[in-house]
Ligand binder design. Structure first.
Ligand code: BEZ
Length: 215
């Protein structure tokens, strides 16, 4: 069954390039990104895994752990890791699940028969410290993901988890944000004195809290 926003992310045990992992134990109370790849030794996937390895510090700064998945076996992953480092200059520094029996792929609905009934699509799940699914993305095999965008979304998710705000189109950390519509004007005045009401339903304030720098 499809995983929806707000669902509890299913737990699993899986063989990975860093040993057997129990997802919940590995994740602890951090945020997590679980992302799938159609197949080992494929060009777009190779660039994606190198890019995520390069962003290690950026994910760590956001208390976010990253775990990849591909349906090929562990020995294939181990050989592919050499290519990833060779091509991108970045050694894999996060676990890659060898989901040979498709247990995790099925659990997270990563195989879409309309795309290919044996390979996972490019799924992304962002999971919060309380193990709730906060973001799902599905890309086709032919389009590599934008991991700067993923960091931007994590910044928005972490900000909106802590403050009664939402982030507007194309928002970047440090830019103005929108007061949540659940907040009355009276409460908004207390929490965000001097807000700018562009419309009664569009109340803008400078971003509260710490401003993340991407790198
Ligand atoms: C790729 O990663 O390049 C890829 C994977 C599966 C199908 C097409 C492209």
């Amino acid at each position: 069954m499809a995983i929806r926003l707000g669902d509890t992310a299913p737990n699993f045990t899986a063989e990975t390039t860093e040993g057997i992992i129990d997802f919940y134990d590995w994740k602890g109370d951090a945020w997590a990104v679980l992302f799938s790849h159609p197949k080992d030794f494929t060009p777009v996937c190779t660039t994606e895994l190198g890019r995520v390895a390069a962003l290690r510090k950026d994910f760590a700064k956001r208390n976010t752990k990253v775990i990849g998945l591909s349906v090929d076996p562990l020995d294939s992953h181990m050989n592919w890791m050499r290519d990833i480092e060779d091509v991108t200059g970045h050694a894999l520094n996060f676990p890659l699940i060898a989901d040979v029996n498709r247990k995790v792929s099925d659990l997270y609905d990563m195989i879409h028969p309309n795309a290919n009934d044996t390979l996972t699509v490019r799924s992304v799940f962002v999971i919060s410290p309380d193990n709730k699914v906060k973001l799902t993305l599905t890309y086709p095999a032919s389009t590599g993901r934008n991991f700067d965008e993923l960091l931007r979304v994590i910044d928005s998710l972490q900000l909106t988890a802590n403050y009664a705000v939402a982030t507007p189109a194309d928002w970047k950390p440090g830019q103005d944000v929108i007061i949540a519509s659940s907040l009355s004007d009276e409460d908004a005045r207390k929490r965000f004195p001097g807000f700018n009401a562009k419309k009664p339903y569009l109340r803008v304030v400078p971003q509260p809290g710490e401003v993340q720098t991407t790198r």
